[in-house]
Design a binder for this molecule. Structure first.
Ligand code: CA
Length: 224
């Protein structure tokens, strides 16, 4: 497992690198936004820990740039304590999770482990089928034809898994948010729509099924 830590407080960055190596992650470090983006676009990391406030380029800009280039590496954003709008902004930009500073190291490790689920860690052949759509939650990949795959972000993948497992039922926004975010679901109202929007685009790209919106209620995927 190889992770990237982008943090301009050098002491904190070094502490995170040490902590990561104790947990058997190989960790690289960048202390400004431009270096961070450079590494994130050239090295295939399993996850990126990204401070929001950085010199050169903000964490939000970095994650936006990565996503616009089709790079879906899971991103955990580090944000300041009292800024709910900053957190929502980060998630809207394409981050998968956030952690508020200061944080407990156990919490950080748990969040990273949740982000870096990989095929080798699990039994293979976990492909979920929904009509012509095939979905491998471990690889976070969807396809209808073998040579045309789309890779989902971790949150997109969790949302799709919920929708498929409950196909034919309406999932309320609250059910989806509780299942996908759990904690502090109340601050994430607009974020769910953004993820569903991205997920629809990816499903469209592989000629997958359409997610229906039930205004004011939630979302549903037709039963096959
Ligand atoms: Ca900072």
């Amino acid at each position: 497992m190889r992770i990237l830590i982008v943090e301009d407080e050098v002491k904190l960055a070094e502490a995170l690198v040490r902590l990561a190596s104790e947990e058997n992650f190989q960790a690289d470090m960048a202390t400004d936004g431009e270096d961070g983006l450079q590494l994130a676009t050239t090295v295939p990391y399993d996850a990126i820990i990204l401070d929001r406030m950085l010199p050169g380029m903000s964490g939000t800009q970095i994650v936006q740039t990565l996503r616009s280039r089709g790079i879906t590496t899971p991103v955990l954003m580090l944000t300041a304590r009292d800024s709910i709008s900053d957190r929502v902004e980060g998630l809207n930009a394409g981050a998968d999770d956030y952690l508020i500073k200061p944080f407990a190291t156990e919490e950080l490790i748990a969040r990273i482990r949740a982000l870096v689920r990989r095929p080798g860690d699990f039994v293979p052949d976990q492909v979920i089928r929904h009509g012509t759509l095939q979905f491998d939650p471990q690889r976070r990949t969807i396809w209808t034809e073998p040579d045309r795959e789309e890779i989902l972000s971790p949150k997109e993948s969790q949302i799709l898994e919920m929708l498929i497992r409950h196909a034919g039922q309406v999932l309320t926004r609250q059910q989806l948010m509780d299942s996908v975010w759990g904690y502090e679901a109340d601050v994430l109202e607009g974020v769910l729509d953004t993820y569903v929007h991205h997920l629809r685009r990816r499903l469209g790209a592989v000629n997958g099924p359409a997610i229906q919106t039930l205004r004011g209620v939630g979302y549903t995927l037709s039963k096959i």
